[in-house]
Design a protein around this ligand. Structure first.
Ligand code: ATP
Length: 351
C-alpha cells in the first residue's frame, strides 16, 4: 500500500503564552508500496509528531494523509490498519510469548486453528521458535523486542510504523536487529516508516532516508545518494563525517587550495563553491607535490584510523585511512602530505 503525505503540518499551542510550535511544517512525502522510509533528524525536528499523525494519535493541523486511495485524516488509529512498534516493548508481563503475540488476533476473534497457523509462521520468522511458553521476564531485551515485532506483523498490517524501536538495546544487538527488521520487512513487503535519530541505523535499514530539521524535509534519498550528494551542510554533517572546503567552480572543475580538480560543474554551481570531501576522500602520504599538513591527532579504530590534520591551505581536516594494517600509520606532530580524490568531491547547493 502506498502512503501519501500531502502538505501536512502540525501546530501545537504554546503552554506558556509564547509562540506556537510548528512541529511539522508543510511536509510532502510518498512512501511506495513495500518501501521502508526512515525519518531521520535531531531531537525536536518533528519526526515523532509526523509518525504519530500517520498512526492517527495526532490530528494534522493542515494537509491530508492517504493510505492508498483512502483519506485517513478522520479515521481512528485502530481502523487504519497500521501498527506501531516502539522502544518500550509494551508486552504483557503475565502472558507468555505465544499469548503476547496472539493477543491482537484473539481480540479480532480469529479461530484457534487460524491463530496457530499464523503464529507458527511469524514466530519462526522473528527467531523465537521454541520460546513460545516463556514469560517476558525469561527473555533478553532483544527477544522482547522480537515479541513486539512479531505481535505487530502477525496482524498483517498494511503499514508498519517504528518509533526508535532499538534504542533500549546495546550496540551489538542493535546491529543484529537492524538486519533482522530489514529482512523481515522485505520478506513481508509491508510499507514501513521508521523513526530514528541514529544515522547508522537509518543508513543500514532504509530504502530511502528523509532528513528532517525544524519540522521540514531537508533532503530525501537513498542512503548512497545522501552520503555522496548531500544538498547542504546540515545533511552532509548529519549523514556521516564531512570536511567542508571553500573553492571556486568554473566549467570543467573546481579550484581548492590553489590546485585544480576536474569535475562536472552545473551552470548553477559556477562561482564560489562549498565542496564536501568525506574523510575517506582524503589520502595521506609522504609523497611531495600535494598539500603539506601536520598530524594533530591519530585515533586507531581497528578497521580505520581517523586523523585530524592541520593544513595551511585547507584548514583542519578529518581524514580516514581505511585498511590501516596494510599501510603506514602517521603520528601526531609528523609532517605529511594530503591529496584529494577528485571523483569523491561534491559541491553543495548555494544557500
Ligand atoms: P525526539 O527525537 O526528541 O523525540 P522529534 O524529532 O521526534 O524529537 P517531536 O517529538 O516530533 O520531535 O517534537 C517536535 C517539536 O514539537 C518539538 O519542539 C516539541 O517540543 C514539540 N512538541 C511535540 N509534542 C508536543 C505537544 N504535545 N505539545 C507541544 N509541543 C509539542
Amino acid at each position: 500500500m502506498e502512503l501519501r503525505i500531502s502538505e501536512v503540518s502540525k501546530v501545537f499551542p504554546s503552554h506558556d503564552g509564547g509562540a506556537v510550535v510548528r512541529a511539522v511544517d508543510s511536509v510532502n512525502l510518498t512512501v511506495a508500496d513495500g518501501e521502508l522510509v526512515t525519518l531521520l533528524g535531531p531531537s525536536g525536528c518533528g519526526k515523532t509528531t509526523l509518525l504519530r499523525m500517520i498512526a492517527g494519535f495526532e490530528d494534522p493541523s493542515e494537509g491530508d494523509l492517504y493510505f492508498g486511495d483512502r483519506r485517513v485524516n478522520n479515521v481512528a488509529p485502530n481502523r487504519r490498519n497500521a501498527t506501531l512498534v516502539f522502544q518500550s516493548y509494551a508486552i504483557f508481563p503475565h502472558l507468555n510469548v505465544f499469548e503476547n503475540i496472539a493477543f491482537g488476533l484473539r481480540l479480532k476473534g480469529l479461530k484457534e486453528g487460524d491463530i496457530r497457523s499464523k503464529m507458527e509462521k511469524v514466530v519462526h520468522m522473528v527467531g523465537l521458535g521454541g520460546m513460545e511458553t516463556r514469560r517476558p521476564s525469561q527473555l533478553s531485551g532483544g527477544q522482547q523486542q522480537r515479541v513486539a515485532l512479531a505481535r505487530a506483523v502477525v496482524m498483517e498490517p498494511e503499514l508498519l510504523l517504528f518509533d526508535e524501536p532499538l534504542s533500549n538495546l546495546d550496540a551489538k544487538l542493535r546491529e543484529q536487529m537492524r538486519i533482522d527488521i530489514r529482512r523481515l520487512q522485505k520478506a513481508l513487503g509491508i510499507t514501513s516508516v521508521y523513526v530514528t535519530h541514529d544515522q547508522a541505523e537509518a543508513m543500514s535499514i532504509s530504502d530511502r532516508v528523509v532528513v528532517m530539521k525544524d519540522g521540514r524535509i531537508e533532503q530525501s534519498g537513498s542512503p548512497v545518494d545522501l552520503y555522496a550528494r548531500p544538498r547542504n551542510r546540515f545533511v552532509a554533517d548529519f549523514i556521516g563525517k564531512a570536511n567542508f572546503l571553500d573553492g571556486t567552480a568554473s566549467e570543467g572543475g573546481v579550484i581548492l587550495g590553489g590546485k585544480s580538480y576536474p569535475m562536472d560543474i552545473a551552470p548553477s554551481e559556477v562561482g564560489e563553491a562549498q565542496v564536501v570531501a568525506r574523510p575517506e576522500a582524503l589520502v595521506l602520504s609522504r609523497d611531495e607535490g600535494h598539500f603539506p599538513c601536520e598530524v594533530m591527532r591519530t585515533t586507531f579504530l581497528g578497521n580505520l584510523v581517523e586523523y585530524e590534520v592541520e593544513c595551511p591551505n585547507l584548514g583542519t581536516l578529518t581524514v580516514h585511512q581505511v585498511n590501516p594494517m596494510a599501510g603506514e600509520l602517521f603520528r601526531p606532530g609528523e609532517s605529511i602530505q594530503v591529496s584529494l580524490r577528485p571523483e569523491t568531491l561534491h559541491i553543495l547547493e548555494k544557500e
